[in-house]
Design a protein around this ligand. Sequence first.
Ligand SMILES: [Zn+2]
Length: 309
Amino acid sequence: MLLHIEAVCLAALTALLAGPASAGLARARWTARSPRAALVLWQAVGLGGGLGVLSAGLTLAAADLAGQWVAGVAAVPGQWRRFGPAGWFGMGITLGVGVYLVSATATSTMRILADRRSHRHRLALISTPLEPRWPAGREMGTPVRLVDHPHAVAYCLPGFRPRVVLTRGALDVLDAAELEAVLAHEQAHARGRHDLVIQPFIAWAKTFPFLSPGRRAVGAVTLLVEMLADDAAVRRCGRAPLHSALHKLRDQHLAVGGADTDAWRRQLRTRITRISAEAPGALPRPMSALIYGAAFVLVVAPPMVLLFS
Ligand SMILES: [Zn+2]
């Protein structure tokens, strides 16, 4: 009976994380004051939700075979013929969701890798190396490629050999300090492997495209890694150059008819507001520690409860 209750609690935890918890986290304002802690919490929400649904089904199946979780799970491979309807239902959930999750993650990862490979090939054809001159000791490691195009664009093409891509339009509008701030931002994406941070959430969204939590998580996590890269640029160059660079890139982008979606506008507005001098500073350390602690408990507590039940 105890295992049945735990299976229901795990299913409820998954629903809570995928629903109200992720919606609340996506709306929270404090995340801008500590994007790293917020990212860790998002990862815990995603991992906790995934493990929750898989272990809810397994627990339901184990409950048909033994009174204790470890003994029940250990008996599943040899005694699955003893499953009742609840056991079959639980095993079906675990296997179905597990296989779907793994295959959707593998498919989306392979698609992203293929897109990136073809992007790299096209980029090699239409770009030339750019070697900005930095003061001694302030060089950046990631190679920069210049594309001769009037739209002002700067982005990082991630991978084992990352590239920072800059257009002629961006070079035309940025002064030296602003250019350094923009390149520091893109370099932070490459160095921090932010693509790997976002990838599990993209897989989550692609696994359940009919549910909003995945899409919501991708939007929130994408903004958080932008904030992390902004913080790296501010540490290197100060607030002012990045602030004016974002304004100029936005204005030039709009002037030449670049993509102008609500999400793009909102994200840029949030970033510009956040790095202004009046924006509230980072969260106090005890508060950040509390968030990291909550993330740890979210991932570790449910398996611990199962192991000792
Ligand atoms: Zn960025």
